[in-house]
Every structure is written in structure tokens, then in C-alpha cells.
Design a protein around this ligand. Structure first.
Ligand code: SF4
Ligand code: SF4
Ligand code: SF4
Ligand code: FES
Length: 940
């Protein structure tokens, strides 16, 4: 493939119900009212020279290169800032315009280094292109006068350079940071000749508010802001469209290569989820894929205390198959199982659950979604009839009110956060429900209307209180409820009870009743109100109850079934939605159909040529318990580091250590691999061929950018293991796997690789009824027929603060790191976050004698760890917070086995803890190891 260059229409597209027709250089073109002359010209195939305009940003009109002549209009207006009027006749090429443009270019070039041939942007520089375009051949002004050619570069950012000597002060970077990213990190300092781009007064990019999203780099028409990788490796010469492997936003990228070397990731303008934007992880943090720590050969060992020995693929997969069968012969069919990964493709996940069901002959398959969004699946299925979010991301552009619960999108889902911020800056209102004062509560040009700073573990009380206000104050959408829902009367009676009033729940939640009332009124008033939520909702003992509570609130106010509304989980990992869709849960076949449904099971039995058990298998926590009991003996772990990511680490590692056979399929020797007997090296997203499904049910293609470094796609390895067990499972390509998924999954029946290539991406359901997919769910009816109101009584968690453990620990993520950190820790992202830290309120720090930066102990009833304290007034008193990106910290050493009543999703967000200053280590006695309080180092 060659290097894909997307067209730049100069100014953003307009959507208007009316159109105007203009003639550009004699070519008639009809465009929506409000479209600029520049864009109309581009749509007519006429490219007007430009420098300060690009179609991801509003027109600015500063460079004066895009001048045109318009019949009947005086002067030469800038085409980027001039809207089309019906009947307008525009000329873009006249001798007068050519002269003017050459004059403008001459001025730019006279203050620009003439090192084009050696410049890193040579061949990809709009200034260079425009100089050629306007026919500039000589510059009359010398370089003797004042210029900017000696300005010092800022090389502080690990991923991009800023060389002000090449800057033409077009302000595209500043506007990208404001309009696209919403960080407002850049300004143009000074005036006239002295004006220059600045990331803060006297600050470097690294020291500024910049979050390294790269939008400014992408917008820069010169080499002033340039990816370091382009400087080092040269301009790319081919590209492949693929999908980010980090969060559930699912951004599309052009992976740009020079030969076989990946040079840069450029967000793809036609990406349905990101429309040309990205965050620091997707754009820059891809170096882990070629990190020397990657394991490239299969490895085996008899015992976990032995050294690993490299083996050939056939020996490894043959051994796994034989041992699995031996263990089943000795301990029963149900003694083995598998865990699928939300980081793997749909096709890879599908084959693992098929191997478990058809080759293992049981339903002992579960997924890492168990520990994050399983309550979403349960709660939305019960109320709406399908286990998925209701909207596409674009829908937020129509939201008047956003209710954001237990999510921190600027860190966890940055590209969607930028979209939310764009809408909020246009006047939408925001209600934040979170114990912490997350960034969106107050950020440049945005202030939440309400921040309900609830006590951890009281989500259900807050959503009930809000629903109580809706019902008792007559704010419900009675017509919607009567037509579309069932069980409303019963629920309304329940929610109207005095114990669900804001006043009754004020003390429990810690949120003033008046705030809950006001927030409920705002949400009900909408008119379009949308709920977005994250793991702060699901990872609780009442996670499923809370999901149903939010669904109740949305239904009661009619906020379902059209743009701007809905109930939307912000999924953590890239393919959480997909791994659930693919039948990874022990009770569900692909498409969320219960394993006990005879008709559905028979479809799979016929296709797979195997008899399937109708009883659900073991969930992950049951697997661990059974391993310790001795009834569960072997585990196949696909791409998931359960020893680091699952709660109560001591319990997990005891279970792993008790197993006869642990097989780990992953990129790196992670924490779980310490307990493994066989290691099967996996492929990075750059090598995979398949699909990911993002939080909006959007199926995106993951195309191989380079050959699999291990020589095998991951699904091939799984097929080999199944075959070694005597079950024939073969595919020629991953597209055949998708064809099989489509054949047995009604919501996927219209999906294929060729259809994805044609449409770009598809939001399921995609079938005969919706051949191009379904951006918005439940438009004319719920998937289950009527939306069902379910009573959601608030039940306090058993995890309470006590005298011994007086604080509540809650966990979360941070922008620069991802999940267990295995990927991001192997990139320059460590420059932002090199260790897990514990945030606590100044008061809680003071009473414990803790200063900012001190090492502290964090202890719960199940374990203890050490980490650095950061004093942060965004924390409420009594609540502390940490991340879980570094194995050396082992935050999950302290989290407990408490879990959601319906799904066993761990209660990560509520752990009673104590924090204390770590005592300085005593000098080590002879022969004794000393305790270290040194900063953690990277291990895994
Ligand atoms: S850094 Fe680039 S985008 Fe920013 S003003 Fe300079 S030339 Fe324009
Ligand atoms: S990288 Fe992103 S946040 Fe940083 S200055 Fe550029 S646009 Fe702003
Ligand atoms: S927002 Fe998520 S999907 Fe998009 S680039 Fe960042 S990590 Fe990747
Ligand atoms: S492109 Fe229109 S003024 Fe710069």
C-alpha cells in the first residue's frame, strides 16, 4: 500500500438543511449553507492555496494566501472565512491573485530556514508545497535583517520536537489544542514580529499543561512541530489503516511506515470513533510492540521453579493438548478452563471460547471483563434487553445534559473526553458523580453544573435519590413510559418511598439533598440527557444494581432511543465489548445467548460438531476457589495478567500455584507467567489481523502492519492446541473466523471483512434489518420489547471503614499508563508516571504526619503494600486513591474478594485501609536483607 494522504477541504463541513450553489472557476457546486468558499472550491476539485486553514479547525483568516475574487465583491476576500452565497461566482486563479500570493509567500520564506532538502518534513511540508503552488522562484528580501532563524528548539517532549525557527505563526497548533483537544495549553505570545507560539510563560512543552495528544503536531503545516520518530527514521512511504489497541474508544489510525519500520501513527480522519484525533497512548506509545522484552519463541518448563527452555511451536502446543487431556482423564472434564482477553481481537477470543466449549468439553471460560464491565452486561440486558451501550460517540454532540458517573474520561477515554468538552464548551451542562474532583469538574472553559461528591459505595443511593425526585416532582416522561416500558407503576411506588428521598440519603451519600434534587431536575429537564459511566459504577458490590438504576432513570425521563441521550458505558480495554460479544462468559454463547437455550446450543453443536454442556461453567473467582480446593487443575490464560489485575493477589497467586498446568499466551513474561508451565508468545496489535469492537459497538478492522514476529497469529496457536486435544479446528484466515461468527450470531450476520473494508466500520447489530449497522439502539422499541423497570434497593457494602482501617481506598487509571502497564511501561510514557502513587487529602496526610512524596504503607485486612504519597485536595477527606499500573506496587494486594452480587465483578472501588508513614529501614544486620523505600523499578 502507498502512503494515504487524506484530502484537506480547508474548513470543516457544515450541516444545514438548506444549500447554496456557487460557481468556482466556472464549475457549479452545491453545498450546505454556511460552507466556506474554500471548502466549496475543494469540493469542486479546485484547491485554493492555504496555510492557516485546515478542515479540522475553524477558519482563522491570518495567512492571506487563500485570497479569491468574487464577482460583484470588492477586494480579494479570504476564501477560508468567506461563506458561500447562492449564485456567487468565484475566481481562484487570476494574475492579480497570483501576484498577491507570491508576495505573501515571499514574506514567509524570507524568515524561514532554506534547508528543505535536509529538513525532516521534506515532502510533507505545506509551506514547501505552497511555495511551489504559487510559483515562488526567488525571494527579494535577504536574511540580513531581523529574523527568527536562531530560535532554540524545545526537545523536552519525548515524542515530538518544537523548532520555532521554522514557525510561520499560523496558529494551527494553538487552535488544535483549543478546539480539538480542549486542553488550551498553547498561546501566541507577543505581537507582530515578536509573536511566537508558547506552551506557557517560559515553560517547555513537558512542563506545561500539554497532555501530548499530538493534535498540534498533526495540525502544523511545517516541521516546527514534528514527531521525533520522523526526524530519526525519515518520512514514511506507506500506510495501513488499523485500530488502537489501548482503550475502549477504539481510535482508527494510519500506521505510517518506511519500508517495514513503523514511523508514526496518524489518527485517521475517517475513523468513526475518533475522526482524526488521538491521545498520547495511541499516537505515540507503540514502542512496546517491538520492545526487546518481547518473547518470540514458545517456552516450557516442568515446574515453576525451573528455568524456561525455548521449544518449537509443535512441541509446546502438543504438550499443552496432551497435558490438558491427561488432567481431564485424572480429574474430570471440568478440571480445566480458559480465560479470554479484552486486548485480543474478536477472532482470537472466539477461538478460545470455542476451544473451551468444543475441545475442553465444558463451559469453563471467562473473560477479564468479569473484573470490569460484567455488571454492564447484566444490568443493561435485564432492563433494555442487550448488553451494550445505547449510542454512538457522535450522539454526545446533541446532548444538552451529561450525567457522568464513576468515570474520568480525560484520563481513561481521552478522545471521547475531547468530544465531550467540545459539546460542553457549546453550552451543554455537566453533572459529575464521583468521590474525586476529576478534571472535568473544572477545566479551561468548562465548569460542571453539579459535582455530587459521594462517599464510595453509595452510587445506588444517589441514583435512587435522583429517580425519586423525577417521580415525586412529576418530571417523568409519562408518554414514553406508557408506550415503551413495563413495570413502571411498581417501580414508581418503590422509588417514591421516603427512604429513597435525597433527604433520607443525604447522610449516607455525603451529598447535600439540595444538590441531588437540583441535579435530578437538570437531568430531567434535558431535553436531551445522556448518561456516561465507567468502572466507578461497575466495580462495586452493587455494580449491577447501579447499572439498572441508571437505566431506570433514563427510561423514566424518556432519554433513550435517539441522539443526545442514552446509557453509555465507557469501556476500559480496547475490546471489552467484543470479548463479551464473542461468548466469553461461562453462561453465554456468542451474541449473549444463554448456554441452556437448546435451540441456540444446537446451532453451535451442529456447526462445531461437538456436544456442548448446557450448564454454565466456572467464573474466574470460582476457578481460583476450585484451584485451591483441588478440583480445578489447569488454566489457559489468553493475554491477561490475572496475577496483577485481579483482586486479592495472594488468593490469585495461591490458586495459580496450586494448578498442575498454567498456559500463558502473551507478549511479555508477566506476573501470571511466574506461575506458568508453558508460555506461548502472542502478537502485538501491529501484527494482528482481525477486529476490535469499541464502547459504541463499533467493529473496527485491525490490519497487520507488519508480519507476526513469532511467525504465528494467535488464533493459529489456539487451533493447534485444540487439534492436539483431538478436536479439529482449522481456519485459513481470520476473515473465515469472522464469517463463522456472522453465521452463528444474528447481531453479526451482516459483518464480514469485505463489508468492513467497504463501510470503514460497523456498529452491531448488523443484519438484514440493519445492513449498515446500528448507531443508536432501542429507537422504536427495546431489544427485549418493553424496557423493564427494576427495583434497585440500596444495600450498603459490607466493606466499611473501621477504627483499624479508617480510610476508603478507591482505584483508577491515569492518562499515560494503561491497565497493568505491560505496554505503556515499555514506552516513554513512563516519563509522566513512573510509579503508582497514593493520593490523599491534606487533612488525612496531616493527621498521619505524611508529607507530599513520602513513602507510606497502605494496609487492608487482606494485605499491605508500599507506595509514594501525593497530597491532593481533589480527594475528599477519608478517601484515598491509587492506580494499578506497576506490579512492584501491587495495589491489588490490598483489594478484597468482595464482589458484585450478580456478576462477581470485584469491588475494587471500596476497600477499607489504613495509611501510615513508612518507617525508615533499620540498618540491615549482617546477612539480613534491608527494607527498601526506593522508588519502584520496572519489573515483569
Ligand atoms: S508551530 Fe506550526 S502550527 Fe504552530 S504556529 Fe508554528 S507553524 Fe503554525
Ligand atoms: S500535544 Fe495536544 S495538549 Fe499538547 S500542546 Fe499539542 S495539542 Fe495541546
Ligand atoms: S483514546 Fe483510547 S483508543 Fe484513542 S488513541 Fe487514546 S488510547 Fe487509543
Ligand atoms: S488559509 Fe485563508 S487566510 Fe490562511
Amino acid at each position: 500500500m502507498t502512503l494515504l494522504k487524506e484530502p484537506d477541504f480547508g474548513t470543516p463541513a457544515r450541516t444545514s438543511e438548506t444549500t447554496v450553489t456557487v460557481a468556482v472557476d466556472g464549475i457549479d457546486v452545491t453545498v450546505p449553507t454556511g460552507t466556506s468558499v474554500m471548502r466549496a472550491a475543494a469540493e469542486a476539485g479546485v484547491n485554493v492555496p492555504k496555510l492557516c486553514a485546515t478542515d479540522s479547525l475553524e477558519a482563522f483568516g491570518s495567512c492571506r494566501l487563500c485570497l479569491v475574487e468574487v464577482d460583484g465583491m470588492r477586494g480579494t476576500p479570504a476564501s477560508c472565512t468567506t461563506p458561500c452565497a447562492d449564485g456567487m461566482k468565484v475566481s481562484t486563479q487570476t494574475p492579480r491573485l497570483a501576484e498577491l500570493r507570491r508576495g505573501v509567500m515571499e514574506l514567509y520564506i524570507s524568515d524561514h530556514p532554506l534547508d528543505c532538502l535536509t529538513c525532516s518534513a521534506n515532502g510533507d511540508c505545506e509551506l514547501q508545497d505552497m511555495a511551489g503552488n504559487v510559483g515562488l522562484r526567488e525571494v527579494r528580501y535577504g536574511y540580513e535583517g531581523e529574523n527568527h532563524l536562531d530560535s532554540a528548539p524545545d526537545l523536552s517532549n519525548p515524542y515530538f520536537d518544537f523548532d520555532p525557527s521554522k514557525c510561520i505563526v499560523c496558529s494551527r497548533c494553538v487552535r488544535a489544542c483549543d478546539e480539538v483537544q480542549g486542553t488550551f495549553a498553547l498561546t501566541i505570545e507577543g505581537r507582530g514580529f515578536d509573536s511566537k507560539v508558547s506552551a506557557g510563560v517560559g515553560e517547555t512543552f513537558m512542563a506545561s499543561d500539554c497532555v501530548s495528544c499530538g493534535a498540534c503536531v498533526q495540525a502544523c503545516p511545517t516541521a516546527t512541530l514534528q514527531e521525533r520518530s520522523v526526524v530519526e527514521l525519515g518520512m514514511p512511504n506507506r500506510s495501513v489503516i488499523t485500530t488502537c489497541a489501548y482503550c475502549g474508544v477504539g481510535c482508527s489510525f494510519k500506521a505510517e511506515l518506511r519500508g517495514d519500520e513503523l514511523v508514526r501513527m496518524v489518527p485517521y480522519k475517517d475513523g468513526g470513533a475518533n475522526e482524526g484525533h488521538s491521545c498520547v497512548k495511541g499516537r505515540f506509545a507503540f514502542g512496546y510492540a517491538t520492545h526487546p522484552d518481547r518473547v518470540m519463541k514458545p517456552m516450557m518448563r516442568e515446574s515453576i521453579t525451573d528455568e524456561w527452555r525455548e521449544v518449537e511451536w509443535a512441541e509446546a502446543t502438543g504438550y499443552v493438548g496432551r497435558r490438558m487431556r491427561e488432567i481431564q482423564a485424572e480429574h474430570g472434564v471440568g478440571a480445566i478452563g480458559g480465560i479470554t482477553s479484552s486486548r485480543c481481537t474478536n477472532e482470537e477470543v472466539y477461538v478460545v471460547q470455542k476451544m473451551v466449549r468444543a475441545a475442553f468439553g465444558n463451559n469453563n471460560v471467562d473473560t477479564c471483563a468479569r473484573v470490569c464491565h460484567s455488571p454492564t452486561g447484566y444490568g443493561l440486558k435485564q432492563t433494555f434487553g442487550t448488553s451494550a451501550g445505547t449510542q454512538d460517540f457522535k450522539s454526545v454532540d446533541e446532548a444538552d445534559v451529561m450525567l457522568l458517573i464513576g468515570a474520568n474520561p480525560t484520563d481513561g477515554h481521552p478522545v471521547f473526553a475531547s468530544r465531550m468538552k467540545q459539546r460542553l464548551r457549546k453550552g451543554a451542562k455537566l453533572i459529575v458523580v464521583d468521590p474525586r474532583r476529576i478534571d472535568l469538574v473544572r477545566t479551561p472553559h468548562i465548569e460542571a453544573a453539579h459535582h455530587l461528591q459521594l462517599a464510595p459505595g453509595t452510587n445506588v443511593a444517589v441514583v435512587n435519590a435522583m429517580a425519586h425526585v423525577v417521580v415525586t416532582e412529576g418530571l417523568a416522561d409519562e408518554a414514553f413510559v406508557a408506550e415503551r416500558c413495563e413495570d413502571y407503576e411498581r417501580w414508581a411506588e418503590f422509588i417514591s418511598r421516603p427512604e429513597n428521598s435525597p433527604e433520607a440519603l443525604e447522610e449516607i451519600t455525603g451529598v447535600p439533598a439540595s444538590d441531588m434534587r437540583e441535579a435530578a431536575r437538570l437531568y430531567a429537564a434535558g431535553p436531551n440527557s445522556a448518561i456516561y459511566y465507567g468502572l466507578g459504577v461497575t466495580e462495586h458490590s452493587q455494580g449491577s444494581t447501579m447499572v439498572m438504576g441508571m437505566a431506570n432513570l433514563a427510561m423514566a425521563t424518556g432519554n433513550i432511543g435517539h441522539d443526545g441521550v442514552g446509557v453509555n458505558p465507557l469501556r476500559g480495554q480496547n475490546n471489552v465489548q467484543g470479548s463479551c460479544d464473542m461468548g466469553s462468559f461461562p453462561h453465554e454463547l456468542p451474541g449473549y445467548r444463554h448456554i441452556s437455550d437448546d435451540a441456540v446450543r444446537h446451532v453451535f453443536e451442529d456447526l462445531w460438531g461437538a456436544t456442548l454442556l448446557e450448564e454454565p461453567g466456572l467464573r474466574i473467582p470460582n476457578m481460583f476457589d476450585s484451584a485451591i480446593d483441588g478440583t480445578f487443575r489447569a488454566l489457559y490464560v489468553q493475554g491477561e495478567d490475572i496475577a496483577q489485575s485481579d483482586p486479592n493477589t495472594q488468593h490469585v497467586t495461591a490458586a495459580l500455584a496450586a494448578l498442575d498446568l498454567v498456559v500463558v499466551q502473551d507478549l511479555f513474561l508477566n506476573e501470571t507467567a511466574k506461575y506458568a508451565h508453558v508460555f506461548l508468545p502472542g502478537t502485538s496489535f501491529l501484527e494482528k489481523d482481525g477486529t476490535f469492537t469499541n464502547a459504541e459497538r463499533r467493529i473496527n478492522r485491525v490490519r497487520p502492519v507488519m508480519a507476526a514476529a513469532t511467525g504465528k497469529q494467535e488464533w493459529e496457536i489456539v487451533c493447534e492446541v485444540a487439534q492436539a486435544m483431538g478436536y479439529p479446528m482449522t481456519y485459513e484466515t481470520s476473515s473465515q473466523i469472522m464469517d463463522e461468527i456472522a453465521a452463528v450470531t444474528p447481531t453479526f450476520s451482516g459483518v464480514s471483512f469485505s463489508r468492513l473494508d467497504e463501510l470503514g466500520s460497523i456498529q452491531w447489530p448488523c443484519n438484514e434489518a440493519a445492513p449498515e449497522g446500528t448507531p443508536i439502539m432501542h429507537e422504536s422499541g427495546f431489544v427485549r420489547g418493553k424496557g423493564r423497570f427494576i427495583e434497585t434497593a440500596y444495600v450498603p457494602t459490607e466493606e466499611r471503614s473501621t477504627r483499624k482501617f479508617p480510610l476508603i481506598l478507591t482505584t483508577g487509571r491515569i492518562l499515560s499508563q494503561y491497565n497493568v502497564g505491560a505496554q505503556t511501561r515499555r514506552t516513554e510514557n513512563v516519563r509522566w508516571h513512573k510509579e503508582d502513587v497514593l493520593e490523599l487529602h491534606p487533612h488525612d496526610a496531616e493527621v498521619r504526619g505524611i508529607n507530599d512524596g513520602d513513602m507510606v504503607t497502605l494496609a487492608s485486612r487482606v494485605g499491605e503494600t508500599t507506595l509514594r504519597a501525593i497530597i491532593a485536595d481533589r480527594m475528599p477527606v477519608g478517601v484515598v486513591y491509587t492506580t494499578f499500573h506497576y506490579p512492584v506496587t501491587g495495589a491489588n494486594v490490598v483489594t478484597t474478594e468482595n464482589s458484585d452480587w450478580a456478576t462477581n465483578c470485584p469491588e475494587y472501588k471500596v476497600t477499607a485501609v489504613q495509611v501510615g508513614l513508612k518507617q525508615a529501614a533499620k540498618p540491615a544486620a549482617h546477612g539480613e536483607a534491608s527494607q527498601s523505600t526506593a522508588a519502584p523499578v520496572m519489573v515483569d
